[in-house]
Design a protein around this ligand. Structure first.
Ligand code: ZN
Length: 139
């Protein structure tokens, strides 16, 4: 597949309210957007550093995969996934599948910031939950 950059790192947190001051006051970044993604049962907060974003993820209900991640991690947050940018998520998925990668999403779906996204299963990605995303406005 053809990837152009790391689009963002996904970081789970039990509380955006508790986490955001660290990124703003210690790292000096600016939270430029907060968005709830109902489909993924998360509330997100975005920061940008260079061309790369940080996506903080707070679960909005106990069934959220982010809630389960935090529970497994002893109630703490942590790095949850890495997201790579491509021009064509569907093509990247087809390529990955042809190489035996297990897909979480068989087709692109809508993510935060209007991106089309899909996840590859960590059992096929060296244990790193991997997201592939494209910006439909850049097509
Ligand atoms: Zn993400």
């Amino acid at each position: 597949m053809e990837l152009s950059q790391i689009e963002h790192l996904g970081i789970a947190t039990p509380s955006l309210e508790a986490a955001i001051p660290y990124y703003e006051n210690v790292l000096g970044l600016k939270c430029y957007a907060i968005e709830e993604v109902a489909d993924q049962k998360v509330k997100t907060a975005f920061f940008k550093i260079g061309e790369v974003k940080l996506e903080l993820l707070e679960p909005t209900c106990p069934e959220s995969t982010i809630a389960k991640f935090i529970e497994k991690n002893g109630g703490r947050g942590g790095i949850h996934h890495i997201a790579f940018k491509t021009k064509d998520v569907a093509a990247a998925l087809a390529d990955a599948e042809s190489k035996g990668v297990v897909l979480i999403d068989k087709a692109p779906r809508g993510g935060a910031e209007g991106l089309n996204i899909a996840f590859l299963h960590p059992k096929s990605t060296q244990s790193v939950l991997t997201e592939i995303c494209e910006n439909p406005n850049e097509k």
